[in-house]
Design a protein around this ligand. Structure first.
Ligand SMILES: *[C@@H]1O[C@H](CO)[C@@H](O)[C@H](O)[C@H]1NC(C)=O
Ligand SMILES: *[C@@H]1O[C@H](CO)[C@@H](O)[C@H](O)[C@H]1NC(C)=O
Ligand SMILES: *[C@@H]1O[C@H](CO)[C@@H](O)[C@H](O)[C@H]1NC(C)=O
Length: 301
């Protein structure tokens, strides 16, 4: 468990300071994809690079990608895993790695280190997708964000699968256990499930500023909600973010029918192979979808 006010500086093992073209030019990045990873998650990184996290222009705006990791394992093992990331770095230049123990309970630390990196290297990026190895329809995301009244990232935006009226779990056996000493209050502010959420560059910097005075709790998505609440802001729900699962009518022949996935923004994870298959299928120009499938979720983009 992280002690309260656990704030240290952790050296970076891998950095890409010019990912956004330098701080001054970072406004040219429309959507920065920030994907939580672990050094050994090689297959997921590979498939994401080929699919929804491909760096590209879409609808005239730039999408960039970074994976964020810590370090794990004993001395020799850690070295070996770090060498894997270094190899990938030579080829793709898309890994940020810090020298801290990369565990579930350090996800908040990882998140805040990322925000600190953003302030330094990419402060003007318009929007961020913060997620893990979910399936994201990043084309739809860009179109949704471009359609907002304030689409330059300078206003508050924080949206995803909204969770309200939740509170700390007090049973020590649970993965989500938070002792009273760490968080006294019995309720959490509203937050978005950590599988994936969208936020503006402005909101990212607000959260970073707030994090300097809020003790860490080990649950990173709740922590984001706490930072927003302290700034007098909150998250909102987006119907297209389905990290809690998606309703597909029973009797459907194919759970992986691309028509169910064409209009969403984000769903829970698939196996890497299915991720690749689905990305190809939703981009098939010949794909014909009955309205009854896509309109079940009819998301106003
Ligand atoms: C970025 O812009 C600021 C203010 O315009 C300027 O002082 C600074 O030198 C610039 N930095 C780089 C690296 O160009
Ligand atoms: C978090 O990382 C720090 C620095 O590596 C480490 O000392 C601590 O044990 C980690 N915490 C957990 C819960 O893994
Ligand atoms: C964050 O804090 C810095 C330094 O105090 C300030 O310049 C900046 O405007 C703040 N950003 C936001 C979005 O509140």
């Amino acid at each position: 468990m992280l002690p309260a006010h656990f704030k240290c500086h952790f050296p970076m093992l891998l950095d890409v300071p010019d990912k956004c073209g330098g701080a001054n030019k970072s406004a040219q990045v429309f959507l920065l994809l920030v994907i939580k990873s672990y050094p050994m998650n090689y297959e997921h990184r590979e498939v994401l690079r080929k699919t929804w996290a491909k760096e590209r222009l879409h609808n005239g705006v730039r999408i960039e990608r970074i994976f964020i990791s810590g370090a794990t394992g004993s001395h020799v093992e850690k070295e070996r895993k770090n060498r894997l990331l270094e190899l990938e770095q030579n080829e793709y230049n898309d890994n940020l790695q810090w020298d801290f123990r990369d565990t579930f309970y350090n996800l908040t630390l990882k998140q805040v280190l990322l925000l600190e990196w953003m302030e330094r290297n990419c402060p003007k990026a318009r929007f961020l997708l913060n997620g893990d190895d979910v399936f994201a329809n990043t084309d739809n995301m860009v179109e949704y964000l471009q359609g907002l009244r304030d689409n330059d990232g300078s206003k508050h935006l924080f949206t995803g699968h909204l969770i309200q009226n939740a509170g700390p779990i007090r049973s020590p056996g649970s993965k989500y256990y938070v002792p009273v000493q760490v968080q006294e209050s019995e309720s959490y502010p509203p937050y978005c499930g950590g599988g994936g959420f969208l936020l503006s560059g402005y909101s990212a910097m607000v959260i970073y500023n707030m994090s300097k005075s809020i003790p860490f709790i080990p649950i990173d998505d709740v922590y984001m909600g706490m930072c927003l609440a302290k700034a007098g802001l909150g998250p909102v729900s987006h119907m297209g973010v389905r990290t809690a699962g998606m309703y597909i009518p029973s009797g459907t022949l194919d759970d992986y029918d691309p028509c169910y996935y064409k209009e969403i923004l984000l769903v829970q994870r698939f196996l890497p192979g299915y991720m690749y298959l689905m990305w190809q299928r939703i981009h098939d120009p010949d794909l014909k979808c009955e309205l009854s499938k896509t309109s079940v979720y009819s998301i106003k983009l």
